[in-house]
Design a protein around this ligand. Structure first.
Ligand code: AMP
Length: 222
């Protein structure tokens, strides 16, 4: 099952994708995480990606498509994946279809998370992520704080704030998402695989679990 999670930055798509990956036993592929790893390692790719990410801009399609194409050749990706943050442009969506088609595969379902801008901005400004890559738990210091400030409840590692989670880049990232998502949404709508999901209470602690359950129900019905 090849699942593409759509949703604005801060819509909860990362958290949802992680839970969904655990429940379906499929790998969670986040292009944002892949870039951040390269930035941390200070590779050439990391330096290039950071020059865009730090301004809230998209990394060029050819760079992004290449890293996803490579990741999809891994053994663990052969029965399906949960893509989070990719595709972000129509070109990327078309490239993804071509990559999968070569292996007689296709995108099966595209859940789109719908959350208001107010909630998104509030979430992004209070987002803290576990620095341990294996864990990667995401907290909201307002709605879902860790038991001990700055420390992950699950693995005890330090929590970090993403450098692009600031007021300056948020507006730009939301605008970039809105501009690009229109085409993406119509593209997947026409294919009949888009499913829009609006959590009843996006500030509820278990909002992501509720969204995951909805997605799992839809998958079962397919
Ligand atoms: P995310 O963690 O998905 O919010 O991504 C963080 C940043 O990485 C984005 O604001 C972009 O600058 C970059 N990025 C992640 N995925 C993509 C993509 N599919 N295409 C272009 N840039 C991306």
């Amino acid at each position: 099952m090849y699942i593409v999670m759509l949703g604005a930055p801060g819509s909860g798509k990362g958290t949802t994708a992680k839970i969904l990956a655990k429940k379906t036993n499929l790998p969670h592929i986040s292009t944002g995480d892949m870039f951040r790893e390269q930035i941390k390692k200070d590779t050439e790719l990391g330096k290039l990606a950071n020059s865009y990410i730090s301004k809230g801009q998209l990394v060029p399609d050819e760079v992004t498509i290449h890293i996803v194409e490579d990741r999809l050749t891994w053994e663990d990706a052969q029965n399906g994946v949960i893509l989070d943050g990719f595709p972000r442009t129509l070109e990327q969506a078309k490239a993804l279809d071509e990559i999968l088609e070569k292996q007689a595969k296709k995108v099966d379902i595209v859940p789109e998370l719908i959350i208001s801008d107010d909630v998104i901005i509030d979430r992004i400004l209070h987002r803290a992520t576990c620095s341990n890559k294996e864990c990667g738990a995401i907290y909201n210091t307002k709605f879902k704080p860790p038991k001990v400030e700055g420390i992950c409840d699950i693995c005890g590692s330090a929590l970090v704030t993403r450098t692009d989670d600031n007021r300056e880049t948020i507006q730009n990232r939301l605008e970039v998402y809105r501009n690009n998502s229109k085409d993406l949404i119509s593209y997947y709508q026409e294919k009949g695989i888009l499913v829009s999901i609006e959590p009843e209470d996006p500030t509820a602690e278990n909002a992501s679990e509720q969204v995951v359950n909805k997605i799992l129900e839809i998958i079962k019905r397919k």
